[in-house]
Each structure stands twice: as structure tokens, then as C-alpha cells.
Design a protein around this ligand. Structure first.
Ligand SMILES: *Cc1c(COP(=O)(O)O)cnc(C)c1O
Length: 363
């Protein structure tokens, strides 16, 4: 991999961060290393390297810059109560990365290589992982096409896989409650499209929805299904859960996976945790009208969004072109916090790893 020395290179040096987790905005402070593996059509995958974090030097004709052939993952290594660093559900992230590669006609990386690259990067930067149980390194594996060629019909002849990392403090049981704008003008994903994989292009085309939310003084955009524009599918880049109260017990509902919903690993973990906690769960579509009605009837007590980066984010208010409402009492989110606490305990080793979700770095 080529590089240019530049002061664009990480703005905050890692030295400033040693010993404590930086308070910087998530995703703007990076660790000192970069793991990479290259692929070409002659030898396939080769050369796993862990080197210093540095900018890339790319020809302006490089395919990824024109045709957005890029996929990524987001997973975390957590400080365990025993002092070690453990990766959370890395097998699941590796297999989703393969699904993304296949959908975007890119070469698949074995789970073994994916894991090795992540492990090597965490080992190189483990000094930047905070000391408290639950402190994390957010890992961003990615794959880009690197052939400098403007022929869009041809598959790229070379690819570059990289992993970078950001230190993150331990998650609260639930993040600060958020405000939501429901867009009727744009969709995140199409039937037969790429909504079920982590492709950068999904984010590029969704930014206008996020901008529309901000223009209405809301923090997050909620996406409706692309066909009827009736069912609530996701919130920004997070999955959605509705907490219903029935017969004095809580019941969790989340939209079923489809080619327009990203199969979140946090989503899957929460379905398991809910079962552990004795909460019933159901995967079924929820329409915007039902969401509003069940909130008005006080059947929906909470709604929360889930993802690796933010953990659990409760929704406080919802705004659409027609109406506006507050969820629950607008101040307390006991089920969101209960589930978030359980998730944090499993990630940091406070409770035993009953589901085999943690991977140690080995020796
Ligand atoms: C990454 C992502 C999620 C959350 O997935 P996790 O595996 O839980 O981090 C949800 N929706 C979209 C659109 C995403 O890109």
C-alpha cells in the first residue's frame, strides 16, 4: 500500500489518549495502526500487514471513487472485567461481511482472515483501549475496489481490505433519548437492492433523509418500507424495537428481516437477551399508523433503536408531516435501560458469556 506523509494524518495523536478514553466525538479519533490485506485476481488474498495509520494514495480513476464499490463492518473489542480485551460476536460480523461482499460482487474474505486482521489490530493498539470494563475499541473493517479504470461493467481486478479503530468509552445503559422525523419523501433501501448489506452507498443516498430530519429539528430519520411507505423499518442506521405492555408484562416487537432491513447483530443479541429475561418477542411489521395509535393508547411504552456504535437509543418524540407525539412518559425508559444493562454486562464480562459471544485475542 502506498502512502503520502501528511499532516492530514490523525489529527489527535494517540499519545494524548493513553490511559484514558478520549471525550472526542465518536469516530473522529483513531488509534495508531492500520491492518490491511490486499486481493488481486492473480493470487487472491495476500499480505496481512499491520502498519502505522496513514492516508491512502489513490489514482483518481480508482473504481471505488466512481462506482462506490465499498462495504464495511462495525464491531467492538471490549475491556473485560478480567482486564483482557475481547471481541464481541466477531464470527457474526465476519459472516455479514461476506454477505456484503457477495452482494456487491466483491471477493469474499474468510472468517479466519477477517478475524486475524481484527485481532492483530487490537493487539497493536490495545494500550488505547480504556481501562474500565466495557470501554471499547470500535473497529471499522472495510473493503474497496482499487483498480484505476473507468470501465464500469468490468469487475475490479484489485481490492484492498483495511481495519481501523476508534477508542470509545463504555456505553451507558441507554443513550440520551432521541427525536425522530419520519420521511415520506425518500427510502433507504429498495426491494432487490442493497439494504440488507453494509454498503457505503446505502449511507450516501440516505443522507438527504437525515438532512430533512435536521431541518425539522429532529436528530434521526425514520425510514418507511419502500413499497407501501407504510411500515416503519429502521431509524437512521439502527434497527428498531417497540415495547408493548400487555397484561402487565412487556412484549418486544421488531420488524422482520427482509432485503430492506439490515440484519443488525445488536438486534439479534437483544432478541436473545429478551428471551433470557423472560420477555416475549415478536418479529412483525409495524405501520406508522399503528405506532402512533398504540402510543396514544399507552400500549407502546417505549421505542428504542439499536446498533453497535450507540448501543441502545430510546426514542422520545416522533414527528411526521401530519402529526407529532411523545412516546411513553417522555422521561423514563426502564425496559430500554434493562436490556442495555444486560447487553453491557455480557459485552464486558460482568455476567458470564452464556452465549459464546466473546473472543479473546489469544497469544
Ligand atoms: C450497521 C447497521 C445497523 C446496526 O447493526 P449492528 O450489527 O447492530 O451494529 C442497523 N441498520 C443499518 C442500516 C446499519 O447499517
Amino acid at each position: 500500500m502506498s502512502s503520502v506523509p501528511s499532516d492530514m494524518n490523525h489529527e489527535k495523536t494517540a499519545v494524548e489518549m493513553v490511559g484514558e478514553v478520549p471525550r472526542a466525538v465518536f469516530g473522529s479519533t483513531f488509534t495508531e495502526h492500520l491492518a490491511s490485506i490486499t486481493w488481486d485476481d492473480e493470487v487472491g488474498w495476500h499480505d496481512l500487514e499491520v502498519g502505522p495509520m496513514q492516508p491512502l494514495l489513490l489514482h483518481p480513476a480508482t473504481a471505488v471513487l466512481h462506482y462506490a464499490q465499498e462495504i464495511f463492518e462495525g464491531l467492538k473489542a471490549y475491556r473485560h472485567t478480567d482486564g483482557s480485551a475481547r471481541l464481541f460476536r466477531i464470527q457474526d460480523h465476519a459472516s455479514r461481511f461476506s454477505d456484503s461482499a457477495r452482494r456487491m460482487a466483491m471477493p469474499e474474505l474468510s472468517a479466519e482472515l477477517f478475524t486475524r486482521a481484527c485481532v492483530e489490530l487490537v493487539k497493536a493498539d490495545v494500550a488505547l483501549l480504556g481501562p474500565r470494563p466495557g470501554d471499547g475499541l470500535y473497529l471499522r473493517p472495510m473493503l474497496i475496489s482499487t483498480t484505476p479504470e473507468l470501465g464500469a461493467g468490468r469487475p475490479s481486478r484489485s481490492y484492498l481490505f483495511m481495519v481501523i479503530a476508534c477508542p470509545t468509552p463504555a456505553n451507558a445503559a441507554a443513550s440520551a433519548p432521541t427525536s425522530v422525523w419520519v420521511t415520506h419523501d425518500y427510502v433507504r433501501a429498495a426491494r432487490g437492492g442493497t439494504g440488507a448489506v453494509k454498503a457505503g452507498a446505502n449511507y450516501a443516498q440516505g443522507m438527504i433523509g437525515q438532512a430533512q430530519a435536521r431541518a425539522h429539528n429532529c436528530q434521526q430519520v425514520a425510514w418507511l418500507d419502500p413499497v407501501q411507505r407504510e411500515y416503519v423499518e429502521e431509524l437512521g442506521a439502527m434497527n428498531l424495537f417497540f415495547v408493548l405492555e400487555r397484561d402487565r408484562s412487556s412484549h418486544l416487537v421488531t420488524p422482520p428481516l427482509s432485503d430492506t432491513i439490515l440484519p443488525g447483530i445488536t438486534r439479534r443479541s437483544i432478541l436473545t437477551i429478551a428471551n433470557d429475561l423472560g420477555l416475549s418477542t415478536e418479529e412483525r411489521p409495524v405501520s406508522l399508523a399503528e405506532w402512533e395509535r398504540l402510543c396514544a393508547e399507552s400500549t407502546i411504552k417505549e421505542t428504542f433503536a439499536t446498533g453497535t456504535a450507540g448501543g441502545i437509543t430510546p426514542v422520545r418524540t416522533v414527528q411526521t408531516v401530519r402529526s407529532e407525539w411523545t412516546i411513553g412518559d417522555g422521561v423514563s425508559y426502564p425496559i430500554s435501560s434493562l436490556i442495555g444493562t444486560r447487553l453491557n454486562e455480557l459485552q464486558s464480562g460482568v455476567s458470564s458469556d452464556a452465549h459464546g459471544w466473546l473472543t479473546s485475542l489469544g497469544t
